[in-house]
Design a protein around this ligand. Structure first.
Ligand code: SAJ
Length: 455
């Protein structure tokens, strides 16, 4: 029986599995599978990334070369051959030979030998703010070309409810060379949302509970065997649509509550109250409250993006997801609010913003990461420049960046930049900064993160 044989291959950890998309989700997942004992092949469209990984070099901050070393195989493993002893450990001595192994390739053909494959490709928004499904479609086409009976396929990319059954399933059922495949019998398909939080070390791929929704009960059974050997806690749900909705609800919950904290700031401004003091005191409630704080706006590649996959799907069903819309309006308004705060603060000192020198501290979308995606710092810098300010930035994690064709380079001498600035704006509260020193050095300080001790 196909299903039982496949489950046995996972449970005995003899399975050869693929991870498609080796980014901040895929690479940790691939190594988690290798640590569990699977023979893992990572598939990526970037030959440079593939070559780098096969040299045992990681480009993901959460994964060190040392962690990879015991598993990395530089040479392609012939079909059916036992994986050769992995490369030696970083100390140059033969590492304990774990049963698992990892190598990377750009060739989807390896899927012909795989028992399972996880899809971890990006799901951004396109220019009109609609879901960009191109990465899922490209992966689906490649998988369909090489899909063989006895394979488990798991979609991890955050997407709208219905993607697995409406988009991926038809592509895979069509199979290759006209051979129709039956889901739940020939192949097994599920959705399992990623829950990777870059930079976090307490909750990682192996110990973060993993939601899994199968297209059929047999799919859930097989994918639970696939993931259960590598991930400590599985959370089975009734369908792939449910699993897709769980992820979107998790991140919509954050976007809406962050927006509420931001609106609290706007309301406290009108009432001349300190929003952070209000939140701090509210957070003493031991039940029925969860703390979120105002900030410069909503950054990152998850929280600002994911809710729009949900509202887009609901619009097609003629329902207006009002909380998502309102949260997005409030969160995207925050850079304009802070640019006005800067202008008013300079005005209080009798200075026009036009021609003023402004130093932005931190441009990453959140503290202690080097990720700029959707960072509100970019909007704040732009708005200040439009008002005529001369804007510089410092960020210990981002020495330079390119944005809309413009290259920006961080100031290197922080002390000199602090002394020269008419106004210093704290946008990202990296642990690197000494806030007392900054408060002492800044002629004028606008703190969007409320990290500088008052008085
Ligand atoms: N932010 C606020 N106020 C808050 C919390 C966050 O303004 O109270 C801002 C942050 O500065 C950032 C944006 O919102 O610009 C998003 O922050 P985030 O803490 O949600 O960080 P992310 O985008 O890295 O979210 C990830 C998510 N992980 C996954 O999607 C798998 C999210 O679900 C996690 O809950 C979050 O990390 C986390 O808890 O750190």
């Amino acid at each position: 029986m196909m299903k039982d044989e496949l489950i046995r291959r996972f449970e005995s950890r003899q399975a050869h599995v693929a991870v498609i998309g080796l980014g901040y989700v895929g690479l940790p997942l691939a190594l988690t599978f290798a640590q569990a004992g699977y023979h893992v092949t990572g598939i990526d469209i970037s030959a440079a990334r593939v070559a780098q990984l096969n040299r045992g070099r990681s480009y993901i901050e959460d994964i060190s070369d040392a962690e990879m070393a015991p598993y990395v195989l530089g040479e392609p493993v012939a079909a059916g051959a036992a994986a050769p002893a992995p490369a030696t450990g970083t100390q140059g001595v033969a590492a304990a030979t774990p049963r698992g192994s990892f190598r990377a390739t750009t060739d989807y053909g390896v899927l012909a030998e795989c028992d399972g494959a996880s899809i971890c490709v990006p799901t951004p928004l396109n220019k009109t703010g609609d879901p960009d499904m191109s990465f899922i479609l490209a992966a689906g086409e490649q998988i369909a070309r090489h899909l063989h009976p006895g394979t488990a396929i798991v979609l991890e990319s955050t997407t709208y409810p219905g993607t697995t059954t409406e988009v991926l399933l038809p592509m895979l059922q069509a199979g290759s060379n006209g051979q129709k495949l039956v889901v739940g019998q020939d192949f097994f398909l599920a959705f399992s949302p990623e829950r990777v939080d870059p930079g976090r070390t307490d909750w990682v791929t192996r110990n973060t509970p993993k939601v899994i929704g199968g297209v059929t009960p047999a799919c859930l059974e097989v994918v639970s065997a696939f993931y259960g050997q590598a991930i400590a806690t599985l959370v089975p749900v009734s369908s792939s649509d449910t699993a897709e909705m769980v992820k979107l609800f998790e991140n919509t919950f954050r976007a809406v509550n962050i927006a509420l904290a931001n609106e609290l700031l706007l309301m406290c401004d009108k009432l001349n109250l300190d929003a952070w003091e209000v939140i701090q005191a509210a957070a003493t409630k031991p039940f029925g409250f969860m703390k979120f704080t105002p900030g410069p706006g909503l950054g990152g590649h998850c929280i600002p993006i994911d809710p729009h996959y949900l509202s887009w799907k609901l619009r097609a069903l003629e329902y207006n997801a009002r909380f998502i819309q309102l949260a997005s309006e409030i969160n995207t308004e925050m850079p304009r609010y802070w640019a006005q705060v800067v202008q008013d603060a300079l005005n209080e000192q009798g200075k026009a913003i036009k021609g003023s020198r402004i130093l932005i501290l931190g441009v990453a979308y959140k503290k202690n990461v080097s990720d700029l995606r959707e960072s509100p710092a970019l909007d704040i810098m732009h708005l200040l420049e439009v008002k005529g300010a001369q804007v510089e930035y410092h960020d210990p994690h981002i020495p330079s960046f390119e944005h809309e064709g413009m290259r920006c380079t961080a100031v290197t001498d922080l002390d000199q930049a602090l002394a020269a600035a008419d106004c210093v704006v704290i946008v990202t509260d990296h642990a690197f900064y000494n806030w007392d020193q900054i408060k002492a050095a800044a002629r004028l300080l606008v703190d969007t993160r409320h990290v500088v001790r008052q008085a």
